[in-house]
Design a protein around this ligand. Sequence first.
Ligand SMILES: NC(=O)c1ccc[n+]([C@@H]2O[C@H](COP(=O)([O-])OP(=O)(O)OC[C@H]3O[C@@H](n4cnc5c(N)ncnc54)[C@H](OP(=O)(O)O)[C@@H]3O)[C@@H](O)[C@H]2O)c1
Length: 146
Amino acid sequence: MGDHDHDSSDFLTDKSAKIFVAGHRGLVGSAIVRKLQSLGFTNLVLRSHSELDLTRQSDVDSFFAAEKPRFVILVAAKVGGIHANNTYPADFIAINLQIQTNVIDSSFRHGVKKLLFLGSSCIYPKLAPQPIPEKCTAHWALRTYE
Ligand SMILES: NC(=O)c1ccc[n+]([C@@H]2O[C@H](COP(=O)([O-])OP(=O)(O)OC[C@H]3O[C@@H](n4cnc5c(N)ncnc54)[C@H](OP(=O)(O)O)[C@@H]3O)[C@@H](O)[C@H]2O)c1
């Protein structure tokens, strides 16, 4: 990122590289941490929400300045189901934009080599039978809820 180096050949191949997994206690983040650990990665940097609130820009920047991770995997987000997203759309987008902007900006400023961002919305097959069979998730037209 910071040095505009587009060579991804060493992305996640150096087992000692410092990797910050943002949102490591979540559904996706905890699975990613388990996978990285099982693959032998030894230098994961992890902060719980209470240790580092990613909506706080100055705290995020101080963290990056101190830790200087080489890679960042961003899976921290305010996440809810369809009802929560529909009820509080402004809260969801405001908080998630803060998290994303802070982490991406600090990654750029502090020399992170690669950032993987799994940002997405709630995505479901639009016209699938209910309850949704698992096989439909990959083949049916999708509808997003933001
Ligand atoms: N689940 C999926 O199948 C899936 C698929 C593709 C992409 N995604 C995307 O991946 C991301 C994570 O999804 P998920 O299902 O893993 O959600 P999740 O289980 O709710 O995990 C989100 C994590 O982010 C943390 N977090 C939230 N706000 C934070 C903040 N202000 N500061 C620091 N940490 C914060 C949460 O900590 P606390 O719980 O302590 O707040 C939690 O550990 C979302 O953007 C989602 O759209 C999910």
